[in-house]
Design a protein around this ligand. Structure first.
Ligand code: HEM
Ligand code: MYR
Length: 418
């Protein structure tokens, strides 16, 4: 029998505060000091294993080894994710619900998203031209709220835009927070879920008839494996699981704008490219900048990996940011170098900004193609259709606060269409 090894363990009663203090670097710092892809610690008052790297991602997404029920902390469910949504399901029930999400991601729907994004971006730019300056992150949240609602079949009055964009932004910004900010997050979720519940009820009463291939229609009429419509609160959580993360793309839009400024040589490469460099650039933005730090699951049944014992029920975190910056997987990982993706083999386990594995069968982000599509439209617009100036400002972003958002929000002045 192979020798059982002990998972390297950090001492101390609990390291939740260290996690908050070190943010994106909490897992990479310890993987580095233990010189191992995994280590044991204590988080939220319980034993937890943290791991990273391609092989760790491969086992993390093996559903015979890990499950998601009771994995996401209640705090994160009360703000970011909501309760009883697809993130918490396992097995057949998960696959059936996930299919509902993936049915919205067909090429025609992505094409429509392209058209909608371009339309709203072009309209909003007309307003930006009239102002002496604008803050990209704030404007991008409003842009993406408009895009998300139109694409999902959700009516949005001009008068409610600011309020809805603010609430959706708060859900994202308060996902890892305490005190006042956490309470703001909980309230924003209440209001947003009520908004979604009313719409679902209107569709079910036939007072509202959205197009069949929209998220509103699909989620309102989705039937579970027992043939029952989703409970109204669950349908609301799932509809928000579409529009909230579309608004979260505002963070990647801000990082895209930052990358064009920080690495000006990239702008020339994009201007001269026939289009394929756009894909490489967007992938590199998603790899390089910090966004979703780690994913969480629980051990389903006892198993052994590389001689280490994983005990049933143990909380396990997979290092997403650290895997995207792993020196064993990426040459000069801290260099912004889109060309690295020319030779990338396309493994579902080494480049995991939005999770790994299979979109249909596992918990990998349902909206990865949506994210890439939107980022490309905005990137093309910034490079080829807009002139702007980046005034002096604090362009730093935190490696501690999660999610990280450029501090200034990226202020632009003298915005003009070309
Ligand atoms: C799941 C990141 C955008 C819908 C996830 C996961 C991550 C992630 C890390 C969890 C993976 C796991 O648990 O293993 C992001 C980031 C985004 C983004 C950084 C950038 C804005 C989107 C968009 C949509 C979306 C645009 C929808 C249109 C979902 C859903 C899940 C998910 C429904 C749950 C999947 C499941 O549990 O099976 N996302 N996401 N996300 N994402 Fe995204
Ligand atoms: C979304 O809205 O689903 C996508 C963007 C959310 C970003 C939030 C990043 C921090 C969340 C950390 C939670 C870890 C849960 C195990």
């Amino acid at each position: 029998m192979a020798l059982q090894k002990t998972i390297p363990k950090e001492t101390g009663i609990d390291h939740s505060l260290d996690l908050l203090r070190e943010g994106y670097m909490f897992i990479p710092n310890r993987r580095h000091s233990f010189q191992q892809d995994l280590f044991a610690t204590r988080l939220l008052g319980q034993r937890a294993v943290c791991m990273g790297g391609k092989e760790a991602a491969e086992i993390f997404y093996d559903e015979t080894k890990f499950k998601r029920s009771s994995a996401a902390p209640k705090r994160v469910q009360k703000t970011l994710f909501g309760e009883k949504g697809v993130q918490t399901l396992d097995g057949k029930e998960h696959r059936h619900r996930k299919q509902m999400f993936m049915s919205l991601m067909e090429p025609e729907q992505l094409e429509l998203l392209h058209t909608i994004t371009y339309k709203h971006l072009d309209l909003m730019t007309t307003d930006w031209e009239k102002e002496s300056s604008m803050v990209m992150y704030e404007e991008a949240k409003k842009l993406m709220t408009r895009v998300a609602c139109e694409w999902a079949g959700i009516p949005l009055w001009a008068s409610e835009l600011d309020k809805r964009a603010k609430d959706l932004g708060t859900l994202i910004e308060s996902s890892v927070s305490m005190g006042v900010q956490y309470r703001k997050g909980k309230n924003a979720r209440k209001r947003s879920e009520n908004w979604m519940k009313d719409l679902i009820a209107q569709v079910r009463n036939k007072e509202r008839n959205p197009e069949e291939d929209t998220a509103l229609y699909t989620i309102a009429w989705h039937r579970d494996l027992q043939g029952k419509l989703l409970e109204p609160d669950v349908a609301a959580v799932e509809l928000l699981n579409i529009i909230r993360p579309i608004v979260a793309i505002a963070i990647y839009i801000s990082f895209t704008t930052l990358a064009l400024h920080q690495f000006p040589e990239q702008k020339y490469k994009l201007e001269e490219s026939e289009g394929e460099y756009y894909q490489l650039f967007v992938q590199e933005v998603r790899r390089y900048y910090p966004f979703f730090p780690f994913a969480g699951a629980r051990v389903k049944e006892d198993f052994t990996w590389r001689g280490y014992h994983f005990k049933k029920g143990m909380l396990t975190l997979l290092d997403l940011y650290g895997t995207n910056h792993d020196v064993h997987l990426w040459e000069n990982p801290d260099k912004f170098y889109p060309e690295r993706f020319t030779d990338w083999e396309g493994s579902p386990f080494d480049f995991i900004p939005q999770g790994g594995g299979n979109h249909y069968l596992g918990h990998r982000c349902a909206g990865e193609w949506v994210t890439i599509q939107v980022m490309k439209v905005v990137l093309d617009y910034l490079v080829n259709r807009l002139d702007y100036h980046v005034p002096l400002q604090d362009l730093s972003f935190s490696m501690v606060s999660m999610p990280s958002i450029p501090k200034s929000g990226i202020k632009l002045s003298k915005v003009e269409k070309v």
